[in-house]
Design a protein around this ligand. Structure first.
Ligand code: HEC
Length: 124
């Protein structure tokens, strides 16, 4: 009898704690969702990877290769691991480097953003 009462007690306590857990998980999920929406909103609109491919072929491939394999310039394969963010890579492309033109004087910000997105998506 005593054992049975104890069992009922623990069962009746189970639902509220389960519910609390579910609420915590749900709010964690919506926070993740909000962060994702916030991050995708950064940088003034999403890049056009397809348009970026056209720019890459016209402006970048002669030094970095049609498939990012490198040539006069270094290989861009795995470039998303070299530049943690697209913004950092866009800054580099704008300013150029030793033997690389300053594309900030040649291409618009949108064109650079698209070309960078293309390299990050395609050369993995
Ligand atoms: C005239 C040849 C040339 C052209 C054209 C060129 N690059 Fe480069 N690029 C280079 C050279 C050389 C470097 C190495 C520069 C340095 O380290 O200072 C480089 C470096 C880079 C890097 C950094 C690579 C790394 O691993 O650190 C990125 C990213 C890059 N280029 C992207 C581009 C993009 C995008 C374009 C087209 C918009 C482009 N490049 C056009 C020659 C070129």
């Amino acid at each position: 009898m005593v054992i049975e009462a104890g069992w009922h007690e623990s069962v009746s306590e189970a639902p509220p704690s389960t519910r609390r857990h579910a609420v915590l998980r749900a709010s964690g999920f919506s926070a993740t969702l909000a962060l994702a929406v916030l991050l995708s909103g950064c940088g003034g609109g999403s890049a056009d990877v397809k348009a970026g491919g056209t720019i890459y072929a016209a402006q970048c491939a002669r030094c970095h290769g049609d498939n990012g394999e490198g040539g006069a310039g270094p290989s861009l394969i795995g470039i998303a691991r070299v530049f943690e963010t697209a913004e950092g890579q866009e800054r580099f492309v704008k300013n150029g480097g030793t033997g690389m033109p300053m594309f900030g004087q040649i291409l618009s910000d949108d064109e650079i953003r698209n070309a960078v997105a293309y390299t990050r998506e395609t050369f993995r």
